[in-house]
Design a protein around this ligand. Structure first.
Ligand SMILES: Cc1cc2nc3c(=O)[nH]c(=O)nc-3n(C[C@H](O)[C@H](O)[C@H](O)COP(=O)(O)OP(=O)(O)OC[C@H]3O[C@@H](n4cnc5c(N)ncnc54)[C@H](O)[C@@H]3O)c2cc1C
Length: 280
């Protein structure tokens, strides 16, 4: 039986695992892929690292954990059951633990628009706070609707006052920016500009931010009754969810969605988990 199973091998999960291991606890990490940073992107705001590809940073973290003797499995968690301990089921195996740390991130939803995927990291971004700075004073496009789009738009206003909002056929908000309500059919890149094409017209922008909402990766635990907020973030109190023994951190619990905060959550949660196990 493991002291803790960490679900997620991103910055939060790996940081938690490193602290737990160094506390002398028996920890297993299960992650299904490279998470949020598998979108082609450069990290240039993390302490001590001037510039690194997101995927390279994730690989470094996993290697660091493995070199400490932590098993990092590449499997997808499909269920958690509770008996005397927690039983974490993947498509391949099941594993028992006294505690669980959920660090499954929040995936940005994409849109089914021709050309979008190909331009990810090359003019198309999913994170205003991460990449808005790169396009300051430029013509910035944002596509999406609803509260999430409005919150990303608010961030982008700090970087440019030349903003174009593509609502993609959705309702019109009361905003001052130039709006395009037609559905977007395709995008492509020409002479370093992103062309956003509707059925009637093409619009040129320097970059396009996709703001189509987010999804958490915790469907495997829904039946346990884990509480979430309206966006889908897990609700925690001192990093513990409403189920004693199940902790969570990183993007999955909301707040500032940045690597430094995810890593910090992992560290602080590891202290809480250590204390919790001591009290069992
Ligand atoms: C385009 C973009 C650019 C960004 N740029 C920056 C930047 O420049 N600087 C910065 O600080 N932040 C940046 N971010 C934000 C940053 O990526 C996140 O804040 C950070 O990755 C969150 O870490 P996390 O560990 O909480 O989640 P993630 O990194 O998303 O990791 C989630 C982990 O959970 C695993 N997982 C999910 N579901 C399951 C399951 N069912 N079973 C097993 N494993 C599962 C995934 O495989 C992954 O290992 C960017 C985000 C985006 C989208």
């Amino acid at each position: 039986m493991f002291d803790c199973i960490v679900i997620g091998s991103g910055p939060s999960g790996i940081s938690a695992a490193i602290y737990l291991k160094r506390f002398g606890l028996d920890v297993l990490v299960i992650g299904k892929d490279y998470g949020t940073l598998s979108i082609n992107t450069k990290i240039e705001n993390y302490y001590g690292i001037e510039s690194i590809d997101g995927v390279d940073l994730i690989k470094k973290g996993i290697l660091q954990a493995s070199n400490l003797g932590i098993s990092v499995l590449e499997e997808e968690v499909v269920k958690i059951e509770m008996s005397d301990s927690f039983v974490v089921g993947t498509s391949i195996n099941s594993y028992n633990a006294k505690t669980i740390f959920i660090a499954t991130g929040m995936k940005r939803n994409s849109l089914n628009i021709k050309g979008l995927k190909e331009l990810e990291g090359s003019g198309v971004s999913y994170c205003a706070v991460c990449d808005g700075f790169l396009y300051r004073k430029k013509r910035i496009g944002i596509i999406g609707s609803g509260d999430y789009m409005l919150s990303e738009l608010e961030v982008l206003r700090r970087f440019s006052n030349d903003l174009v909002v593509f609502t993609n056929g959705e309702e019109v908000f009361d905003i001052n920016e130039f709006k395009v309500i037609d559905k977007v059919i395709s995008i492509n890149k020409e002479n370093d500009l992103i062309k956003v094409n509707t059925s009637s017209k093409s619009y040129e922008v320097n970059c396009l931010f996709v703001a189509a909402g987010m999804a958490n990766g915790t469907s495997f635990a829904r039946h346990l009754g884990l509480l979430t907020d309206e966006v889908g973030h897990l609700i925690v109190n001192d990093y513990m969810t409403n189920i004693p023994g199940i902790f969570a951190g990183g993007d999955a619990i909301g707040g500032v969605k940045q690597i430094v905060k995810a890593a910090s959550d992992g560290c602080v949660a590891a202290y809480k988990i250590k204390d919790y196990i001591k009290g069992l």
